[in-house]
Design a protein around this ligand. Structure first.
Ligand code: GAR
Length: 185
């Protein structure tokens, strides 16, 4: 099978990145991770780039120049798809337009509810009955692109921010894998 070339953008721990790499090592998975980009030089997830010898780049998001450098790298590596896996910066409209190919994001809420940051705090203070995660395409509106996969669980009285985060992340690993297979197989 000819795998599509993907670049994963991260900012922190990289547990979604790790799962995506493990999935991509599977013969039947439709993507290969050819490049990893982080906007944070101390992102823990960069250790996975080193572990699996995947080229990586640190992106200083402040400067327009950096976007140009990143676009050039994406072109050099012939990247077909960008996957945002815990990437905590907003990509500029110009960047999205210039890349011109598919960009996929995972968000820790049931979109369109709780776009943006601090989702677990807001889910709890809103006394939601359920929560989960959403894999969606990125467009120029924050967390607003077409939804690919959504997964949920019911919230217990004993849940707090850290248990919600843990439960959501376990669902994210499945949701990401399902969404990528669904869209690219
Ligand atoms: C994930 O839970 C993801 O949903 C969230 O960051 C976490 C990264 O974890 N993304 C966002 O909040 C995007 N707005 P990871 O680095 O361990 O994969």
């Amino acid at each position: 099978m000819v795998k599509k070339k993907a670049c994963v953008f991260i900012s922190g721990r990289g547990s979604n990145l790790r799962k995506i790499i493990l999935n991509s090592n599977n013969y039947n998975f439709p993507l290969k991770i050819n490049l990893i980009i982080s906007n944070n030089k101390s992102a823990e997830g960069l250790k996975y780039a080193k572990k699996w010898s995947i080229p990586f780049l640190i992106f200083k998001n402040r400067e327009l120049l950096s976007e140009k450098i990143v676009l050039k790298k994406l072109k050099d590596f012939r990247i077909d798809i960008i996957i945002l896996a815990g990437y905590m910066k907003i990509l500029s409209k110009k960047f999205i337009r210039s890349f011109g190919k598919k960009i996929i994001n995972i968000h820790p809420s049931l979109l369109p509810k709780f776009k943006g940051l601090n989702t677990f705090e807001r889910v709890l203070s809103n006394k939601e009955k359920k929560t989960g995660c959403t894999v969606h395409y990125v467009n120029e509106k924050l967390d607003g692109g077409k939804i690919i996969v959504k997964k949920f669980f019911y919230i217990k009285k004993t849940d707090n921010i850290s248990t919600l985060k843990r439960k959501t992340q376990l669902l994210e690993y499945k949701a990401f894998s399902e969404a990528l297979i669904k869209e690219f197989n």
